[in-house]
Write a protein that binds this ligand. Structure first.
Ligand code: AP5
Ligand code: ZN
Length: 214
């Protein structure tokens, strides 16, 4: 089961990708999470990526594509994976298609989580991320048991640097210009499936399961 998640920033790609990965026992590969881990560990890649991420811009393809094309060839990806945040533009999608072609493999599903722009800023300003394990919550829609403390690891929760409203608006512009064309790209390949991302987290997940298990 080889899946890519599509959707605007804050549409719920990460939330659903984690649930899919847990349900089917396949890796969740998030380029955003990989970059954030590199920033936390102060690696060279992290330093370079941070400058783009803080501005709401895409990290250049030369730093991004090989992270994923090197990952999907690994053994634990043989039965499947969920890509979250990649591809982000047509060149990345083409690079992924070429890498999979070379292995005689193909994606099975591109799941587009649809949420109107009007809902996004509210979603992002309420999102809280754990500094320890990276788990994601929402003040209103996915609250923790104890306010400000991660349910899984007990560490503190923060507002992501790029979730401030002015950066979110920039990320939405970048999404419409560069990422939205992937919807047609995967529609033409016959693997595009859309779900209504404005429903409750659990209801969106049930809709995705219906697609995957059909
Ligand atoms: P990345 O981390 O991929 O950010 P994004 O795509 O903007 O997506 P988000 O993580 O913001 O949102 P999401 O859709 O996963 O939503 P979530 O599930 O958290 O990328 C960050 C940056 O890294 C980019 O801007 C770029 O600079 C760089 N980058 C990453 N990949 C790249 C690439 N391939 N190429 C170049 N640059 C790249 O949900 C959001 C909130 O809503 C949460 O609080 C959640 O609890 C809540 N929520 C989720 N679902 C629901 C629901 N159904 N109802 C109510 N609330 C919900
Ligand atoms: Zn945690």
């Amino acid at each position: 089961m080889k899946i890519v998640m599509l959707g605007a920033p804050g549409a719920g790609k990460g939330t659903q990708a984690k649930k899919i990965a847990a349900k089917f026992g396949i890796p969740h590969i998030s380029t955003g999470d990989i970059f954030r881990a590199n920033i936390k560990n102060e690696t060279e890649l992290g330093k370079k990526a941070k400058a783009y991420m803080d501005q709401g811009l895409l990290v250049p393809d030369e730093l991004t594509v090989s992270l994923v094309t090197d990952r999907v060839v690994q053994k634990d990806c043989k039965t499947g994976y969920v890509l979250d945040g990649f591809p982000r533009n047509i060149p990345q999608a083409e690079a992924l298609t070429a890498a999979l072609d070379e292995m005689g493999e193909a994606l099975g599903f591109a799941i587009n989580v649809e949420v109107p722009d009007g809902n996004i800023v509210h979603r992002m300003s309420g999102r809280r991320a754990c500094v320890g394990c990276g788990a994601t919550y929402h003040l209103e829609y996915a609250p923790t048991k104890e306010e400000g403390i991660c349910d899984s690891c007990g560490k503190e929760l923060i507002l992501r640097e790029d979730d401030k409203p002015e950066t979110v608006e920039k990320r939405l512009r970048v999404y419409h210009e560069q990422t939205q064309p992937l919807i047609d790209y995967y529609r033409e390949k016959g693997i595009l499936y859309s779900v209504d991302g404005t429903k409750d987290i659990q209801d969106v997940f049930q809709d995705i399961l219906k697609l995957l298990e059909a």
